[in-house]
Write a protein that binds this ligand. Sequence first.
Ligand SMILES: Cc1ncc(C[n+]2csc(CCOP(=O)(O)OP(=O)(O)O)c2C)c(N)n1
Ligand SMILES: [Mg+2]
Length: 1030
Amino acid sequence: MHRLRTCAARLRPLTASQTAQNFSQQRRVAVPRTFQPFRCYTAPVAAEPFLNGTSSNYVEEMYYSWLEDPKSVHKSWDVFFRNANAGAPPGMAHQSPLSLAGLPQAQSLAGAQPNVEKLVEDHLAVQSLIRAYQLNGHHNADLDPLGISCINFDDAPVPTGVQNVDLALFKDRLSILTVGGFYGLDESDLDKVFRLPTTTFIGGTETALPLREIIRRLEMAYCQHIGVEFMFINDLDQCQWIREKFEKPGVMQFTLEEKRTLLARMVRSTRFEEFLQRKWSSEKRFGLEGCESLIPALKTIIDKSSEKGVENVVMGMPHRGRLNVLANVIRKELEQIFCQFDSKLEAADEGSGDVKYHLGMYHRRINRVTDRNITLSLMANPSHLEAVDPVVQGKTKAEQFYCGDTEGHKVMSILMHGDAAFAGQGVVYETFHLSDLPSYSTHGTVHVVVNNQIGFTTDPRMARSSPYPTDVARVVNAPIFHVNADDPEAVVYVCNVAAEWRATFHKDVVVDLVCYRRLGHNEMDEPMFTQPLMYKQIKKQKGVMQKYGEKLIAEGVVTRQEYEEEIAKYDKICEEAHVRSKDEKILHIKHWLDSPWPGFFNLDGQPKSLTCPSTGLTEEELTHIGQVASSVPVEDFTIHGGLSRILKARGEMIKNRTVDWALGEYMAFGSLLKEGIHVRLSGQDVERGTFSHRHHVLHDQNVDKRVCIPMNHVAPNQAPYTVCNSSLSEYGVLGFELGFAMASPNALVLWEAQFGDFHNTAQCIIDQFICPGQAKWVRQNGIVLLLPHGMEGMGPEHSSARPERFLQMCNDDPDVLPSITEDFAIRQLHDCNWIVVNCSNPGNFFHVLRRQILAPFRKPLIVFTPKSLLRHPEARSNFDEMLPGTDFQRLIPDNGPVAQNPAGVKRIVFCTGKVYYELTKERKAHGMEDTVAIARMEQLSPFPFDLVKAESEKYPNADLVWCQEEHKNQGYYDYVKPRMRTTIDRAKPVWYAGRPPAAAPATGNKKAHLVELKNFLDTAFDLDAFKDQM
Ligand SMILES: Cc1ncc(C[n+]2csc(CCOP(=O)(O)OP(=O)(O)O)c2C)c(N)n1
Ligand SMILES: [Mg+2]
């Protein structure tokens, strides 16, 4: 906490004398009317050198004061504001005191009345003092229930409970807030009455107060159990709004009823943990002891939001207190929670399941306070802290989208965090940066940090370089409300304000519950090994429920008997639920589903059928969508000349009944939209396409920011198409899209990596959610990952999407040939954890995208997409391959000359993706078109055992080669080889033609790249190449 001190020094505002000095040095001052959201690039404020986070608030105070009464500010400011309001250009509004001196009033003021100057200075000093509290008051607030951080911070105990203002006492305190002590004021000023600036609300209905009272009220507002950080917000209305909430005298008052409800909630929260501890003292549950106020905090946020019209709250949280939140906020039946502690419980569902403190939950119920319906869901999450943040935001966005809630009035998210994780995990920052982007904003999230001042065994001073764990939120101008979690009323107050803030401004807000962790990291851990002094203090600490109960008894709000009865009542509820829990013999993970898809499955959760209709389209549909793709469907819209040529070429292709890659994708998206399926494509630069092939958003060359999205002009009643360039994030954005895809099965949600290798910065989402999501949490997800991939001599970084990694995580058994039934293909899809494809032509890409939606279940789809093939003249498909009756081809056999005389074929080369075109070219060059067959494996996983079998049996005299352009330890070889061997009952070897093993995915040397290519192609067509390996 000593860092706070350094920080405080840096943030200190100017003293009155400093201000005067600066003023006389003729610093130019900006006009507050130019306070604008940062996107307004042309605002004159941009040219004002003076305006910054510190000075702007000072200027703002003056401005408000001037608006009310121009005489209330110094003449120089009066002139300045007049000039600015009259439209003076930036930098021209200020006139130096020299020219002011020419004014008759100023002359008399300056020359004749030295006392007036002192008066002005004193008023400025008081304004600065008020501002110092608003800015830095939180440094002096009593936030830590243990009192440890205060001691470190000040090297001396900080007095609280301000009733009598004594300057001697405050001089020390104020030195933290101000430069040079007291802004030139002294004890004799304490009883002088000062006019209050309009930037404070401490006066209530009074406009002037004695300095002593001003300080007392500021102490009450900013230095008690709540610390408010907000002065960095560059919006005057928002700052005023917060000041009013915390400064107005008497704001924090509770009715008797509210106090009783709060006590009841504290009882539930506390006794739940105590019950678990009594019954299962040696089980891990990551209890909430030390932060029991989290439960009333969340309930308050939900109650207030429900009152403001919210009907659906999507929540994400880590391990700490999760069971308590499930029980007391979401209201999961207690027996369902308790039965999970029974080790004899059998799993009823397929899949691996997950530990009890990771599971999600969905519940629709009546909010008892507002009497309105509310849907609460807690998303399942992996152990990886904060990974669920973007997922929650994506799901929230989708829920808002589907109910037409464009401003977030009905659906909102709440994210909970641990202090160490909030500060340490980069995905928090990535998620914050989505918060105000049009296609990603959820219109405000309430963040609640369980700041127990420790992360596992690590102290904050080793865990972060910022004073608070919440500083990351400052990047998006979110106000931060620090609160001592041992004061439940203060907690409830800030939570109410946070929910109101969200409902008013639709921006993020953070509640930092400063608390402690009574036990170890989990219930088995010994914290005294590493934090002996902290834990000695914790052992002395009276529980917050007990403290609050005693307070209310002393206040006469409840009697001791009532308090004890409340406790006994909840204990009984727990005991009875525990008895019932013993009857539970089977654990249904399905009961823990966070995102049910009503009507999509049968009642038993199974797909309604195990068939998939043809994914083809009629000639008319193909032509129509093709025409949309090659036209500009709005009037008076000038597109770039190069783009006109591209659209013209598309028109030609459509006339010739062919599609290239971009058109294949267009046909898939356009047709699904027409069928009412929402399509959302997100990722970096996806609107145009990294490779400039897509052009889904057209830009008017004459009108700034005027755009047209032809895909939204496919049919009158079509579903909307969202295509959005994302922030430069993979982890955050992929998580977000996964969450979006979770909300409904009736949407095609795609995330495209700029280059496939960049997916590894989102590895956590892939490893923890996409790959095992269904197995862990019985929830399906049809997200599509488009990963540009291919060895094209571009160097090690832009070549490989790392197919080997995706394939290594597929759940099909390499050593077992599944029985090949009629519904083999769809059954395989149903059983797999994800689908991995590498299409060699746009027609097949079109089919696989449509299959994502036409299949009766949802699986993630990983597509390695091409780069050079986007424009390859041979990588085109004919309409005939896309008509009704056609489907995705998992394997494309060789239908060339080899098919005429299979017995004469000496080799079958199996391959996938772009290398097919290099192989066919080389085969032609070798004149081997009737001796070497080339089969394309378009779907790598689930492995097309049936088709590989048929293809290899077709050529009895051929040897088998797997050819890939990737290095041997990469690509597909390790996945494909054992499965091919299993398919042919290990009757023949599977030879390898490809690049040798390597550490890097590709060479950076163009020549080496070409030599490697030539070498492996030579191997593929050298029928003697493997003789000496036999
Ligand atoms: C990404 C990630 N890294 C490491 C861990 C291991 N881990 C689990 S809890 C924890 C400490 C978390 O501290 P904090 O965020 O303050 O939450 P608390 O347990 O104090 O409530 C750590 C390091 C993890 N779960 N996730
Ligand atoms: Mg912690």
